[in-house]
Write a protein that binds this ligand. Structure first.
Ligand code: KG4
Ligand code: ZN
Length: 338
């Protein structure tokens, strides 16, 4: 079964074709970063309008790369949520119409399930069950994954998501948008930091996260400095160390509590090399294994939506003739395919 996957939940237009027999046939991502950079964050209406402009050419390009025609497709999967309502509607409307025109099934996919399954696109994918740490711009979740659609939320952020914290700290440091890669690059320019920021919610039991106080700690540290002192790199290092340590502590706790031997880390922040390194060390200690998506599928992309859509469409799941997007959609509401 060949599934076209469309991702338009935020500021990347992602398109891919996944084939159950041959794997990923082609994928293309267009990032809107330049459009939003001037505003220091994503402007929803500009995002929707640009998805309208880019979706059709990207679909044509992806099909050409895969050496396929529209008529070769067996299904269309699109991100139905969570995300920006207008941006989601562009992908959903296009996907539903295309599927209707081709008389093939369509399916709205959960964006975070896409991230969660992205490590399956690697050459050595994890088997279920596993513990998943999902770290994106909008969500931070620890999930016990028993099977496709059987997700038990063990912990989540009570305020900011990890990626959001990276983006906000980047802004405080005068770095551009998106902040994560910029903070990582700056942190890499120094080995140590005079700043020891809090490891939030690690001093009490539980698997929830909070990043808002950490962000405030960074702001307070910056405000207390004498003018003219350039400590941005040390702040970036101290902040990154605090985030990585926090994830190491919570993942250690969750792996021990569940007895799971496999850890999957996905979502935009999983592109962070310090986080990857820290979690590699942790699983070495615990005799477990960690799996990450291929780097280009850590941040938003169409391949993860094509793959997640394929898993469910191939199991017989499909939408009716209408469509609806869910800007807010808890992953715990997902079920295994009927
Ligand atoms: O998964 P994603 O592409 O989009 C959402 O679903 O939100 O994640 C985007 C987030 C942004 O907050 C971005 O700053 C962060 O992931 N990010 C990073 C890195 N690359 C992207 N954070 C830390 N280090 C990185 N290398
Ligand atoms: Zn995402």
């Amino acid at each position: 079964m060949k599934v076209l996957g469309l991702e338009t939940s935020c500021d990347e237009t992602g398109v891919a074709v996944y084939d159950g027999r041959r794997g990923l046939l082609a994928d293309a991502v267009y990032s809107q970063v330049e459009i939003h950079a001037a505003y220091g964050g994503v402007v929803p209406e500009l995002a929707s309008r640009d998805h309208v402009r880019k979706l059709v050419p990207l679909v044509e390009q992806t099909l050409a790369t895969a050496d396929m025609q529209l008529s070769d497709l067996d299904g269309v999967a699109y991100t139905a949520g969570p995300g920006l309502a207008g941006a989601l509607l562009v992908g959903a409307g296009f996907a539903r119409s295309l599927a209707w025109g081709l008389s093939i099934p369509a399916l709205g996919v959960h964006h975070m399930e896409g991230h969660l399954l992205a490590p399956m696109l690697d050459s050595d994918p994890p088997e279920m069950p596993f513990l998943a740490l999902l770290v994106s711009g909008g969500h931070t979740l620890l999930v016990h994954v028993s099977a496709l659609g059987v997700y038990d939320i063990l912990g989540e952020s009570v305020d900011d998501a990890a990626g959001e914290a990276f983006d906000k700290v980047a802004k405080m440091l005068g770095l551009g948008y998106p902040g994560g890669p910029a903070v990582e690059a700056l942190a890499n320019t120094c080995d140590t930091s005079r700043f020891t920021f809090p490891r939030p919610m690690t001093d009490r039991p539980g698997l929830d996260f909070s990043f808002s106080g950490l962000k405030t700690a960074v702001m307070t540290a910056l405000a207390g400095l004498p003018e003219g002192e350039d400590v941005a790199a040390e702040v970036a290092r101290g902040f990154s160390d605090a985030v990585v340590d926090t994830f190491i502590i919570k993942c250690r706790r969750a792996l021990k509590a569940t007895g799971l031997k496999r850890l999957v880390v996905a979502g935009g922040v999983s592109a962070n090399m310090a986080l990857r390194g820290g979690l590699e060390r942790l699983v070495g200690e615990l005799d477990c294994r960690v799996y990450f998506p291929p780097l280009r599928f850590a941040t938003d992309n169409g391949a993860m939506i094509a793959y997640a859509g394929h898993c469910r469409l191939a199991a017989g799941e499909q939408d009716g003739e209408g469509y609806r997007v869910r800007p807010r959609w808890p992953i715990s509401e997902l079920r295994s395919p009927q």
